[in-house]
Design a protein around this ligand. Structure first.
Ligand code: NAD
Length: 250
């Protein structure tokens, strides 16, 4: 099938769906200017990924913090980074009552900024900090991001960004809510994720086993393409999602 026919078919499926779930990865934010972690142009080609190992963060806090601050708060978090048309369509579908939630592996907060209300952040969110001692959470904008690692104003404990480091578990609420959403949807849209990160990569299979139609948008085939996806649309999510949306019945 040609891409144009697949776009029409995706629009047909999604027009008839009552409970759409979006499942997003780093590719969804690529057109917003956020690079992937791995592969060409990936962050970990330039920086040591150990900076995000939780034990390393406790033992070599100053070294880790230097990298975290540079990568996530000087570079990612500049004002140029905005939701792209792909994020905006997912927000529109939620406002129209078609989409029940977005399950995201991204930590960049762009779905919420775009207007989505129900976002299950499988790997947390860099726009918050959490105290490693008392668990209190703070908006990142309230934290002084100096060269010295930040500490909690309530208990003095070390703060860390509220996304999961290597060696940490998935946030419980996000985990169980994602499984429930995958079990109860009728269409599941996989967007810009390679499917290599576990356990997030088991969520699309849950939707499939429960009878949902699986639509995938990715520039390259992923681990889902030949096994799980009913319809694979090859291309950029910021271009394909608006084209699908334009053909949907209202
Ligand atoms: P990944 O880097 O493993 O794969 C990205 C996928 O996106 C690839 O399959 C690629 O072909 C596809 N892609 C690239 N540009 C695209 C576009 N414009 N449209 C559609 N698809 C596109 O990403 P992953 O599967 O999400 O796993 C990486 C992990 O790294 C995740 O856990 C995530 O938390 C984290 N991460 C997050 C961000 C972010 O928050 N924006 C950025 C980088 C990495």
């Amino acid at each position: 099938m040609e891409l144009q026919d697949k776009i029409k078919e995706a629009a047909r499926i999604l027009s008839g769906a009552k409970r759409i779930v979006g499942f997003t990865g780093a590719g969804t934010s690529a057109e917003s200017g956020i690079p992937p972690f791995r592969g060409e142009g990936g962050i970990w080609n330039k920086y040591d990924p150990n900076a995000l190992d939780i034990d390393h963060y406790f033992r070599h806090t100053q070294d880790s913090w230097k990298i975290i601050r540079e990568v996530f708060y000087n570079y990612f978090n500049n004002n140029e980074v905005k939701p792209n048309p792909g994020h905006e369509i997912l927000a529109k579908w939620e406002q129209e009552g078609r989409l029940t939630c977005v399950i995201t592996q991204n930590i960049d907060d762009l779905h919420t900024v775009a207007g989505n209300k129900t976002v299950y952040e499988f790997h947390g969110n860099m726009s918050r900090f959490i105290c490693t001692k008392c668990g209190h959470k703070f908006p990142a904008r309230e934290i002084q991001l100096t060269e010295r690692p930040p500490h909690c104003e309530k208990c003095g404990g070390l703060l860390k960004p509220d996304f999961i480091f290597f060696g940490e578990g998935i946030p419980e609420d996000a985990y169980f809510n994602s499984i429930k959403a995958a079990e109860n949807c009728d269409a599941f849209v996989i967007i810009g994720t390679s499917g290599q990160v576990s356990p997030a990569n088991m969520i699309p299979g849950i939707a499939k086993r429960n009878g949902a139609k699986i639509i995938e948008i990715n520039m390259e085939p992923s681990t889902y393409t030949n096994y799980i996806s009913d319809l694979y649309l090859q291309g950029k999510s910021g271009e394909i999602l608006p084209q699908i949306d334009a053909l949907m019945e209202r």
